[in-house]
Design a protein around this ligand. Structure first.
Ligand code: ZN
Length: 103
């Protein structure tokens, strides 16, 4: 009987830890997001790294001109629809500024 013969039905239960390719830490599967394009159905980097990267991306790639324009447009629209609320906000802001000591 050849124990090393291929095809033996061994559950790969030693594969409980996956190493994150970014922080190189061994983590449980639950520390990775699911990714159906990946061989083991998990993302290559752990949740923490993914989150950090998403934050980074936002910092490094701020809104495009188009997005800024849209955002501004939304603000203008909102201001038109909520003139009272807008006035309130401006007043509040002015008061805050007036209160804070200069110098
Ligand atoms: Zn990681």
């Amino acid at each position: 009987m050849n124990l090393s013969a291929p095809g033996r039905d061994i559950k790969p239960n030693n594969r409980q830890m996956k190493t994150c390719y970014q922080c190189l830490k061994s983590k449980e599967d639950s520390e990775f997001y699911l990714d159906n394009r990946s061989d083991d159905l998990l993302t290559a980097s752990c949740k923490e790294c993914q989150k950090a990267r998403a934050k980074d991306r936002y910092k490094n790639y701020p809104l495009t001109e188009e997005q800024k324009r849209k955002k501004y447009q939304n603000l203008v629209e909102w201001r038109k629809e909520n003139p009272e609320r807008y006035k309130e906000l401006v007043d509040k802001n002015n008061k805050k500024r007036a209160k804070s000591p200069r110098e």
